[in-house]
Design a protein around this ligand. Sequence first.
Ligand code: ZN
Length: 237
Amino acid sequence: MNMYQFYQDAYQTVLDTSVVSLTEQRLILADTIFYPHGGGQPGDTGALLVDGRRIDILDTRYNQDRSQIEHHLAEPLTLEPGTQVSLQLDWDRRYRLMRMHTCLHLLCHLIKDPVTGGNVGEQQSRAEFDLTEPLDKRVLEQQLNDLIAQGAEVSTEWLPESVLDEQPDLVRTMSVQPPRGQGSIRMVRIARNDYLLDYQPCGGTHLRNIAEVGQVRVPSIKSKGKQNKRINIELVD
Ligand SMILES: [Zn+2]
């Protein structure tokens, strides 16, 4: 498991690192603070700083076999392996994504029914559940905002992958199984003192405290099937 810097500190906005390879505007670096598209969260954007130049990074994604993270450069460039470079994250965008992403975990706390999907966006995010009971969007919005206002710490830990065989119900999402075969799995814990709100495998970037989500809106709950409902979430500011 490569312990990229975005796993260690989701709040780091700049990083000095070095080039591993660059082919067809796809740049692989020794380390990165850029989150690669996955688990319903979009890839990070920002800039590469090298030799006094600034080149936009338009997207970040895993390569085909998920062994490397590729930064998609906005323009062609020649860089030798080992070249020292700096990364600069588009923090405003990422922070909104972190607020959205962390809020989706809170939905998993409030709704115990099976999660069937989810997607994090800058303007709107969504989570889908197979609901056993009807859900009122205004009630849910109030519950979410009350929860956020009370605050709770978010922390992560790495556990051996075998924990998922022993406790398969740790995985809340039916559609997104955590990647296996790398030996360890990243668990995200949201807790207020001893009160556990959410605990599930997740490789995404999260806030330190859920209070940072701020006020949210639930503009709609849409029916996607007999039981399946899509809950849309927006940040108020
Ligand atoms: Zn997460």
